[in-house]
Design a protein around this ligand. Structure first.
Ligand SMILES: CC(=O)N[C@H]1[C@@H](OP(=O)(O)OP(=O)(O)OC[C@H]2O[C@@H](n3ccc(=O)[nH]c3=O)[C@H](O)[C@@H]2O)O[C@H](CO)[C@@H](O)[C@@H]1O
Ligand SMILES: C=C(OP(=O)(O)O)C(=O)O
Length: 424
């Protein structure tokens, strides 16, 4: 079994470069299915989700290369191969194959997606959108079957501003006949990134990044070249690490606007954040103050950042509160942090964290991706050695994390350990 081992107490200093956005990459790669010639995407992070999607596109008959962060996908010979099991179960974003394959082939069979278990992750809004476009959708033995004689544009009002549903409906609608209007669309930067790629492929999309998106279907889409946006969640993770135990850290390759809610909350805690055009500098900090935070859809505070932030809260003076309104059960990291001496508890969809606490090294489990990032930070802060299990969650979403943190001065390594536990 592979684990991360961290010797805590080493302070961070220097420059760290943020990779391309995981939550864009996982949608951009499936979007390439809609083209009739090769699509090249630069800046794809070296994360396991990207490798899994590469394998899935190859199962469809695509020719895919992935070297030095550039993925080139030739979708010309792809077929509508059913994917009820296997790789689709390894990540949540395999659900984007539904929209993309429905758009191109007018049919698809996709196993219900995996990804981090954050409580229920329904896809009813995706299905409502596909049905409005004319697809027949059934759930048979854990796989979603989609079929349409033709797709016709429709007006679709999303009951919740879902990132996944907004992107999936865009993917299905770009080759539909006529106009599709998505109302109460999600506004996350990753949606604009996907719309930009599709537009460069020849799609007609207006309003991405606002709550109303208009798509006029076209006959076909062609290949193009695209560079992905920086990962705002990875950037936020590094900002929090720098605030917690930095002696001056520059976070490079960021779009500061995408981080406004995070920057504002850190400043409320007393963190000094210096923004430049494409980088953020966090100097050594003084005393941090407790704050309350509520996760919301963009431009609100991201659910993906609340777990690392809760570790910073354990270092602030007073009681902080985190309320997750997007994923109410996204608090499994709190039990792990308690093993490390954090004074924290969960009440409903709120975690209450009291600080400052001297964290202690321990053996802990990354229960999901951002819980894992939170534990890495806790390990860097802790006295003694921390051993993190189930690191595959972390490696689904953070590219070269060990190398990046070691370059800043952290003492963290990946190690294979022997285990007698037959369940791992
Ligand atoms: C709004 C939000 O913060 N979205 C985050 C969410 O996206 P993800 O795509 O997982 O979630 P959505 O944005 O689709 O869902 C937002 C909310 O809508 C609900 N929902 C969603 C789809 C649906 O068909 N029915 C339904 O009820 C979800 O349960 C959730 O409470 O997790 C991703 C990975 O952690 C993040 O990168 C996204 O920024
Ligand atoms: C939970 C996340 O990923 P996924 O939705 O892919 O499981 C995340 O990016 O924080």
């Amino acid at each position: 079994m592979d684990v991360y081992k961290i010797n805590g107490g080493h302070r961070l200093q220097g420059t760290i470069k943020v990779s391309g956005a995981k939550n864009s990459a996982v949608a951009l790669i499936p979007a390439s299915i809609l083209a009739n010639s090769p699509v090249t995407i630069g800046g794809i992070p070296g994360i396991s989700d990207a490798w899994t999607l590469k394998a899935l596109l190859e199962e469809l008959g695509g020719e895919v290369s992935f070297e030095n962060g550039t993925m080139t996908i030739d979708p010309s010979n792809m077929i509508a191969m059913p994917l009820p099991n296997g790789n689709v179960k390894k990540l949540r974003a395999s659900y984007y194959l539904m929209g993309a394959m429905l758009g191109r082939f007018k049919k698809a069979v996709i196993g219900l997606p995996g990804g981090c278990f954050l409580g229920p992750r329904p896809i009813d809004q995706h299905i409502k959108g596909f049905e409005a476009l004319g697809a027949k959708v059934t759930n048979e033995h854990g796989a979603i079957y989609l079929r349409a004689d033709e797709l016709r544009g429709a007006k679709i009002y999303l009951d919740v501003a879902s990132v996944g549903a907004t992107i999936n409906i865009m993917l299905a609608a770009v080759l539909a006949k006529g106009r599709t209007i998505i109302e109460n669309a999600a506004k996350e930067p990753e949606i604009i990134d996907v719309a930009t790629l599709l537009s460069n492929m020849g799609a007609k999309i207006k309003g991405a990044g606002t709550s109303v998106i208009r798509i006029d279907g076209v006959e076909e889409l062609h290949g193009t070249k695209h560079t992905i946006i920086p990962d705002r969640i990875e950037a936020a993770t590094f900002m929090i690490m720098a605030a917690a135990i930095g002696d001056g850290v520059t976070i490079d390759n960021v779009i500061p606007l995408h981080l406004d809610s995070v920057t504002a909350k850190l400043r409320e805690m007393g963190v000094v954040v210096e923004e430049d055009e494409e980088s953020i500098f966090i100097p050594k900090q003084g005393t941090l103050h407790a704050v309350d935070v509520k996760t919301l859809v963009y431009p609100g505070f991201p659910t993906d950042v609340q777990q690392p932030l809760s570790v910073l809260m354990s270092q602030a003076v007073g009681a902080s509160k985190v309320t997750d309104t997007i994923y109410s059960a996204r608090f499994k990291h709190i039990d792990e942090l308690r093993r490390m001496n954090a004074k924290a508890r969960v009440e409903g969809n709120t975690a209450i964290i009291e600080g400052p606490a001297q964290l202690e090294g321990s053996v802990v489990t990354a229960t999901d991706l951002r819980a894992g990032a939170a534990l890495v930070l806790a390990g860097i802060l802790a006295k003694g050695e921390t051993e993190i299990h189930d690191i595959y969650h972390i490696e689904r979403g953070y590219s070269s994390l060990i190398e990046k943190l070691c370059a800043l001065g952290a003492d963290i390594r990946r190690e294979t350990i022997l285990t007698t536990d037959k369940t791992v």
